[in-house]
Design a protein around this ligand. Sequence first.
Ligand code: BGC
Length: 243
Amino acid sequence: MGVNLGIDFGGSSIKAGLVDTARGRIVGETVSVATPVPSTPHAVVEAIRVLDARLPDARSIGFCFPSVVKQGRACTAANIDAAWIGTDVGALLTEAFGRRAAFLNDADAAGIAEMRFGAGRGVPGTVLVLTFGTGIGSAPFIDGRLLPNTEFGHLEMRGASAELWASARVRTELSLGWADWGARVTEYLAHMERLLWPDLMILCGGISTHFAEFAPFLKTRAPIRPAALGAEAGIIGAALAAE
Ligand code: BGC
């Protein structure tokens, strides 16, 4: 256990921070930049270089982003440049930064952090962690064990991916109030509950800091909690994966 650099790369920003992996807490400040356009591997590595220079050195790097990750390679690229597909991301980062690097799906990272240090700590049974941001990410846990790489944000709803109906981006783009967006999220969660019957659902992403405002509009069978680690869950989970 020590201090690792955690990086959360998504459709709108790249955020980084040093993480005390024994405590699951950010040490010092978090730094961020807008995601470069196009968000190719080269452009993102250069953006990380700038962020890394603003933080003290860390032993290893944990990197998470919206992709299915298999045998060390990115298999999909949602809301980021398609050039990531097929990339051996660990090798790319180790070569660029000369440090050990781990990478994983962003929702899986947020879920790992919330289950170990946040809203899901010690919770048995089926816990469904969902992230609402540019897309919708999912990370189901059974007695604390993750089923990685689920893509429940792409479940079909109203003829398209659910994330095109209920993500936080959709709320901003359509200027939806909390009641209208809450109704969309409720419809999505009902769909998830019909399929998975979770014992608890945890909502992550920057929007989780507004939980008190939209929670009155959510109707679910299972209890629902906001991320305890807020928008930093992804950074923390990425750093934990780099242990
Ligand atoms: C991606 C997932 C990701 C989620 C949240 C989805 O569009 O397919 O891999 O976890 O967005 O960023």
